[in-house]
Design a binder for this molecule. Structure first.
Ligand SMILES: [Zn+2]
Ligand SMILES: [Zn+2]
Length: 344
C-alpha cells in the first residue's frame, strides 16, 4: 500500500492508503519526490472542471526517482535505469493524428492527462508511459524538475509571442504562469514587461523578477500602459488570468497589429471587444500547454538556472495538501508554487 492524497468531492481532499500501482509493459514506476499544485487543479478541486471526476489522485507537475521498469522499456528507452531522477510530460497522445504529426501533440484529438484521466503524482508512487519520461540533466534536483511542466507552458507562450526583442509587453496575472512568462519574455529580450495583478504579494514577485508592476486597484492598467507607450500600446500582451475583464484589458492595451496571447482559462466564455480587435488588426492566439519540444526546452532552461520560482516555492508534506488547496484559493501571501513531498 502507499499514501495518496485523494480528491473525494468538491473541497474534500484526504490522505488515504491506496493500492500501489504496477508499471505496464511500456511504463515506468516512479517514486514521487516533488509534486506541484497547479492552478487548473484548484478549479478541479472546487468541482468546476469537467475533466476531473472524483475520486481522483491529482498531480501532473512532478519529478522523482525510477523504481521499476516495465519489461518492454529497456528495448526502446535504454537510457532509463533504476534510481534515475526524472520528470514526465503528463500529456500523452495518439502520435498519429494531424496535430501529433505536426509536433503539436498537446492538441492531439485523443490527448489524456496524468492526474485527470489517470492517477497523478499526489502519491508516493506513480506510473507513466516511458516515452513521456525525461531524465533530469546532471546536477538538477527534483525540486527544480517538478517545475518543468509549468515552465513548459511559459515556453509555449513565449514561442507564440515570437520575436520580442526591444518591444514592450504586458502580462495580466502574476500567478506561476504569468511570472514564468515574464521571465521568458525578458530572456527573449523584451524592452519593458508590464505586469498587472491585484494580489499585492504576487505583484511584488513580478516586480522582483524585473516586471513593471501595475496595481489595478490603484491605477487602470490600460491607461498606465497607454500613457507609457505614447498612446500606442504594447506589441505583445499575455492574458494569464482568463476573465472578461483581463481579456478586454489585454485587447485595449495592445497596439495596432500587435499580438494577444490568451492563456488563462478562468472563464469558459466571456464577452470580448471584437470590433476593437478588428479595427486594430490584433492577432489573437490561444496558447495551450506545451509541445514536446517546449517541454524539453523548459527542462533545459531550468537546468541552466535561467528560470525559477524561487524564493516563492513552499514545500509541504503530502498530508497538508488539502489545507494548501484551501489556502491557495484564499490569499496565500508570498507563495507562488506549492510542492508536495510524499516523503515528508
Ligand atoms: Zn499544470
Ligand atoms: Zn494525436
Amino acid at each position: 500500500m502507499m499514501k495518496a492524497l485523494v480528491w473525494e468531492a468538491a473541497r474534500a481532499m484526504r490522505l488515504r492508503e491506496e493500492r500501489e500501482p504496477t508499471a505496464a509493459a511500456d511504463e515506468v514506476l516512479i517514486k514521487v519526490r516533488h509534486a506541484g499544485i497547479c492552478g487548473s487543479e484548484l478549479s478541479g478541486y472546487l468541482g468546476h472542471n469537467a475533466l476531473r471526476v472524483p475520486p481522483l489522485i491529482m498531480g501532473h507537475e512532478f519529478a522523482g526517482e525510477i523504481v521499476a521498469l516495465g519489461p518492454l522499456v529497456p528495448a526502446f528507452r535504454p537510457d532509463l535505469t533504476l534510481g534515475e531522477l526524472v520528470t514526465v510530460n503528463p500529456l500523452w497522445y495518439c502520435g498519429v493524428c494531424a496535430a501529433c504529426a505536426a509536433g503539436l501533440n498537446q492538441l492531439c484529438v485523443s490527448r489524456r492527462l496524468l492526474g485527470a484521466h489517470r492517477p497523478g503524482a499526489f502519491a508516493e508512487l506513480i506510473c507513466a508511459p516511458a516515452k513521456q519520461v525525461h531524465r533530469l540533466p546532471a546536477g538538477m534536483d527534483t525540486r527544480a524538475g517538478a517545475l518543468t511542466e509549468p515552465v513548459g507552458c511559459a515556453v509555449r507562450i513565449a514561442d507564440l509571442a515570437g520575436a520580442v526583442a526591444d518591444v514592450d509587453c504586458l502580462i495580466v496575472g502574476a500567478g506561476p504562469i504569468g511570472l514564468l512568462s515574464l521571465q521568458m519574455l525578458r530572456y527573449n529580450g523584451a524592452a519593458r514587461v508590464f505586469i498587472a495583478e491585484i494580489d499585492e504579494a504576487r505583484l511584488e514577485m513580478g516586480a522582483a523578477l524585473g516586471g513593471i508592476p501595475l496595481q489595478p486597484r490603484e491605477t487602470d492598467p490600460v491607461a498606465a500602459v497607454l500613457a507609457a507607450t505614447a498612446g500606442a500600446g504594447v506589441a505583445v500582451s499575455v492574458d494569464a488570468v482568463g476573465s472578461a475583464v483581463t481579456r478586454a484589458q489585454c485587447v485595449a492595451a495592445t497596439r495596432a497589429s500587435g499580438k494577444l496571447i490568451l492563456s488563462g482559462l478562468h472563464e469558459e466564455s466571456s464577452a470580448m471587444p471584437v470590433a476593437e480587435m478588428i479595427r486594430k488588426e490584433i492577432h489573437a492566439q490561444g496558447a495551450f500547454a506545451y509541445s514536446p519540444a517546449n517541454f524539453a526546452r523548459a527542462l533545459e532552461l531550468l537546468s541552466q538556472g535561467k528560470i525559477t520560482l524561487d524564493p516563492w516555492i513552499e514545500e509541504a508534506p503530502l498530508g497538508d495538501g488539502g489545507a494548501w488547496f484551501e489556502r491557495l484559493l484564499d490569499t496565500p501571501g508570498a507563495v507562488s508554487k506549492v510542492l508536495l513531498l510524499p516523503a515528508l
